[in-house]
Design a protein around this ligand. Structure first.
Ligand SMILES: [Zn+2]
Length: 331
């Protein structure tokens, strides 16, 4: 399954600080027919990738490298952070081959994950997620925390934030520098197509993206050295969930109907505030919450996100391209 082989890390740290060296590929098995998706169909497809709210998802560790107790414990520990903000439970089961999310630790295979419940379409016992840089050393490093949060972000339905259709409002990428960088630093080297699919291409505006505006602090945003864009903006690696990551996790997977986060600050009001939802949308979401209708709440929130995005549609955008997930699935 070569399309799942996602490159990884590397390199000479004198030229590149360590945080330049990690990147991830997201994978999706969902194939659009006839190339690009069109707007609403894509949104519906994307919504279908989300798990049902309140679901318990089984997780396990599988061959070819099921990992040491230390590596496995790091994953178990870090995913608790998502469980605070999304009404989902990750239940680790002893026989990883039977799990819905199946994790391997192949160091020569990059870090990657299938998006949302598309993991269910992968034949058991093949892995649905891989960690190329979570090690058996004591203590969880920032890079390890970051990659575990990032891959589980994919696993609950999120895409790459650096490929947001609104990126062009803030960043103009220096494409030759980026293509050269990934060719030199990945093992095996990324060719131009791979780099375009995972870094440069944006999801088309009407379709898939996580948030109403690009969030540079999202766990789903790649690091970016200043020479990667013409604005000279350096984006350090994000190893923690941003306020927007947390808010959107809640608004897609709300605690309701008697369930509550272990963190008492995780509430509907705080999530709406962090996301910036006001007016009629806020009223409608609150009504769905009161009714205990998570599907209705998710739909109202999705509508708000789309409206926010549409409001920006007159701003110039970079040309839309194939979403990375689909492009990889066809490879
Ligand atoms: Zn990723």
């Amino acid at each position: 399954m070569s399309s799942e082989t996602a490159p990884q890390q590397i390199l000479s740290t004198d030229e590149n600080p360590e945080w330049y060296s990690y990147c991830c590929s997201e994978l999706s098995k969902v194939n659009p027919t006839g190339g690009r998706l069109d707007g609403m169909r894509a949104i519906l497809t994307r919504a279908a990738w989300m798990w049902d709210n309140g679901r318990t998802i089984t997780v396990g560790f599988v061959a070819p490298v099921s990992g040491t107790a230390v590596q496995q414990a790091k994953v178990r520990e870090v995913v608790k952070e998502w469980e605070k903000h999304a009404n989902l439970k990750f239940r680790f089961i002893p026989n990883g081959n039977d799990a819905e999310i199946r994790i391997s630790f192949q160091t020569n295979n990059g870090s990657w994950s299938y998006v949302g419940n598309t993991a269910l379409q992968i034949a058991k016992p093949n892995p649905t997620m891989n960690y190329g840089w979570v090690y058996s050393t004591a203590g969880i490093t920032e890079n390890e925390r970051g990659v575990i949060l990032h891959e589980f972000g994919h696993a609950i339905g999120y895409l790459h934030e650096h490929q947001s259709p609104r990126r062009g409002e803030k960043l103009t990428l220096n494409e030759p520098v980026i293509i050269d960088y990934y060719r030199r630093t990945q093992n095996p080297p990324w060719d131009e197509a791979k780099t375009r699919a995972n870094v440069i291409n944006v999801y088309s505006r009407a379709e898939v993206s996580n948030f109403s505006a690009t969030d540079f602090t999202s766990i789903m945003m790649y690091f970016m050295p200043a020479n990667f864009n013409l604005q000279g903006i350096a984006i350090p690696p994000n190893n923690r969930l941003s306020a927007v990551d947390k808010a959107y996790a809640y608004l897609n997977y709300p605690f309701m109907g008697g369930s509550a986060s272990v963190d008492p600050s995780v509430t509907l009001a705080n999530a709406l505030n962090a996301a910036g939802v006001t007016g009629t949308a806020r009223t409608n979401i609150a009504a769905e919450y009161t009714e205990g209708d998570w599907r209705g709440l998710r739909a109202e929130f999705t509508r708000w996100t789309l409206n926010q995005r549409a409001a920006s549609a007159s701003a110039p955008a970079e040309p839309a391209a194939e979403p990375a997930a689909e492009a990889e699935a066809e490879a």
